[in-house]
Design a binder for this molecule. Structure first.
Ligand SMILES: NC(=O)c1ccc[n+]([C@@H]2O[C@H](COP(=O)([O-])OP(=O)(O)OC[C@H]3O[C@@H](n4cnc5c(N)ncnc54)[C@H](O)[C@@H]3O)[C@@H](O)[C@H]2O)c1
Length: 254
């Protein structure tokens, strides 16, 4: 019996089979969950990728900048499952001008887009799913350690710092609903989102050498395992927390 047996899980953020969300969906199914996916924009691509999962999973459209799509999400998810036990936020975006060493020149409009999609949406998604989580459950988001100013990560780093704070406030406000809210802070992984960061190679070159456990830039399974574990019954009293899945880089000096 898997650790998500009988659980109903919504997974956002599948774009390719390299997406962290793809591994989360795959492992969740292998651990017994019923999975519903959301995709943004290229839905036919997401549907094609979804076919590579062990079980077929419906794909619903969700642009977290669309209030209409957020307002109808619970009803649309409710056509496939009678409730949710887990929600995975695996969404991030920042305009090119907000990344890559342009920190001092980025306009508010571009910063606002990064914060809307990457930070505020954690709250929007959780609240949109609340009507389906009557028995409680778990919300998990994907983070990149925001305690430091990294090379090239720039306003995405600010967005992740906001995500970490947002997660704690959500934990405070959703705890009374018996909903746990946690983040998985992954090390760098070669996904579409990472490839769109100019200078991402700086992370690729240094991370594996710095990590006490080593680090495989192409392996999304360790981060996905942490997401699945946090949605299971094995973290019943953990909320507002950040689990680092980075080979240990956060723990050591460079
Ligand atoms: N790749 C890394 O190095 C790394 C490390 C730590 C954390 N993360 C985080 O993991 C999460 C998933 O990213 P990934 O690396 O798997 O890359 P990815 O490109 O596969 O996934 C990013 C997802 O965000 C979605 N998205 C973008 N704008 C959206 C919008 N307006 N509405 C809804 N969805 C939208 C995209 O469709 C895509 O599915 C992100 O939060 C990212 O910041 C990534």
């Amino acid at each position: 019996m898997g650790i998500l047996e009988g659980k109903r899980i919504l997974v956002t953020g599948v774009l390719t089979d390299a997406s962290i969300a793809f591994s989360v969906a795959k492992l969740a199914q292998e651990e017994g969950a019923t999975v519903v996916l959301t995709g943004f924009g290229r839905l036919s691509l997401v549907e094609r990728i979804a076919k590579r999962l062990p079980e077929p999973a419906p794909v619903l459209e969700l642009d977290v900048q669309s209030n209409e799509q957020l307002d109808t999400l619970a009803a649309r998810v409710g056509e496939h499952v009678d409730g949710l036990d887990g929600v995975v936020h695996s969404i991030g975006f920042a305009p090119q001008t907000a990344l890559g060493g342009n920190f001092l020149n980025t306009t508010w409009e571009d910063v606002a887009t990064a914060l809307h999609v990457s930070t505020y949406s954690f709250k929007s998604l959780a609240v949109a799913c609340l009507p389906l989580m009557k028995e409680g459950g778990a919300v998990v988001g994907l983070d990149f350690d925001a305690t430091k100013a990294w090379p090239v990560y720039d306003w995405m780093g600010v967005a992740k710092a906001g995500l970490e704070s947002c997660s704690r406030y959500l934990a405070r406000d959703l705890g009374p609903h018996n909903i746990r809210v946690n983040l998985v802070a992954a090390g760098p992984l070669r996904t579409m989102a990472a490839k769109s960061i100019p200078g991402f190679k700086e992370f690729e070159d240094s991370w594996p050498a710095k990590a006490p456990l080593g680090w495989d830039l192409s392996d999304t399974i360790p981060a996905a395992k942490a997401c699945v574990a946090l949605m299971s019954d094995w973290f019943p009293a953990t909320t507002g927390d950040i689990v680092h899945v980075d080979g240990g880089v956060h723990a050591v000096g460079s």
